[in-house]
Ligand binder design. Structure first.
Ligand code: NDP
Length: 296
């Protein structure tokens, strides 16, 4: 079997176009422009690239982008004061604090200072609780992107066996909650799981969010299963820098029914879902109907 490739790049372009249309309509009908504020503390090179890309994508869909770059030595009090200011600003509908923060700053404290209604990363403890209890929340972007692609590919996910490898707060756990919300039978696997290969082979939907390059081979995949590779790993092969996922693509694609590639799978969906979440937050803040198909 050769798996169907789930083209995250094309799917994300569709989501961005849908967001752009909705933003144009909001402007024309209501005179409202959604605004996303991104806060970057310090000089982490990968974070700088992410923030630059987020800024460009926000502008591209017609939203306002507010960038706040703070020195690596910024005090917690200063950062919290900025967040309070953004919480109170009616032109800001989404707030994202780029992680990781420098070691002297308490990430939990900072994230939980964001107004949950503007928490477009979905990391605030209130949003975690709302998602866990099946209530309307802001949903973390990467798992939301995975869910959208799965719904698009399968239609209903009800009754499917889903295995999520990884139990982080930003990917694994919210992914599992979303799949449960769509009535999958969900297993969360992690570094202490016994016979991971056998557990994974029981999955109709296998989500790999491990952070280990190409760990999930074809031997972990049930024939015909859908494989979602969240991993982004920079490795060196044959003297060249290469981006690979947590899934060994060739061997998994030979067994799976459908698979997301790396790059070009989950990655592009993450920023698209950040824009979708900002639009959703803006609509909720203004008491307007939420865009269809862009939320969980
Ligand atoms: P974390 O390091 O926070 O979590 C990794 C999880 O994998 C942990 O729960 C860990 O288990 C589990 N794990 C590690 N080794 C094994 C193993 N040998 N067998 C089974 N489970 C294992 O990573 P994240 O969730 O933040 O990210 C996961 C991957 O997704 C990374 O490659 C990251 O770069 C990528 N990512 C991609 C994004 C995108 O936009 N596409 C966005 C965010 C992340 P335990 O808890 O027991 O330690």
């Amino acid at each position: 079997m050769t798996a169907k490739v789930i083209d995250g790049k094309a799917f994300a372009a569709g989501v961005r176009a849908q967001v752009a249309d909705a933003v144009a309509k909001l402007k024309a009908d209501n005179g409202i422009v959604p605004g996303l504020a991104v806060v970057l503390v310090g000089e982490d090179p990968a974070s700088k690239v992410y923030v630059k890309n987020k800024h460009a994508s926000t502008i591209e869909v017609g939203m306002n982008s507010f960038e706040h770059r703070l020195d690596a030595s910024t005090s917690e009090a200063h950062l919290l004061a900025l967040i309070a200011q953004l919480n109170a600003d009616p032109t800001v509908h989404g707030i994202l604090v780029q992680l990781p923060l420098p070691g002297h700053l308490n990430s939990d404290l900072v994230i939980n200072a964001i107004d949950p209604a503007k928490d477009v990363d979905g990391f605030h403890i209130s949003n975690v609780g709302l998602l866990g209890t099946g209530q309307k929340s802001m949903v973390p972007c990467t798992p939301l992107g995975c869910l959208m692609m799965l719904r698009d590919h399968h239609g209903s996910l009800a009754g499917m066996n889903a295995v999520v490898v990884g139990r982080s707060n930003i990917v694994g756990k919210p992914m599992a909650q979303l799949l449960l919300g769509d009535s999958c039978t969900v297993t969360i696997a992690h570094s202490r799981t016994k016979d991971l290969e056998a557990v994974c082979r029981g999955a109709d939907i296998l989500v790999a969010a491990v952070g280990r390059p190409e760990m999930i081979t074809g031997a972990y995949v049930k024939p015909g299963a859908t494989v979602i590779d969240v991993g982004i790993n920079r490795i060196e092969r044959d003297g060249k820098a290469k981006l690979v996922g947590d899934v060994q693509y060739e061997s998994a694609a030979a067994v799976a029914g459908a698979i997301t590639p790396v790059p070009g799978g989950v990655g592009p969906m993450t920023i698209a879902c950040l824009l979708a979440n900002t639009l959703t937050a803006c609509c909720r803040a203004n008491g307007l109907a939420e865009p269809k198909g862009l939320t969980a």
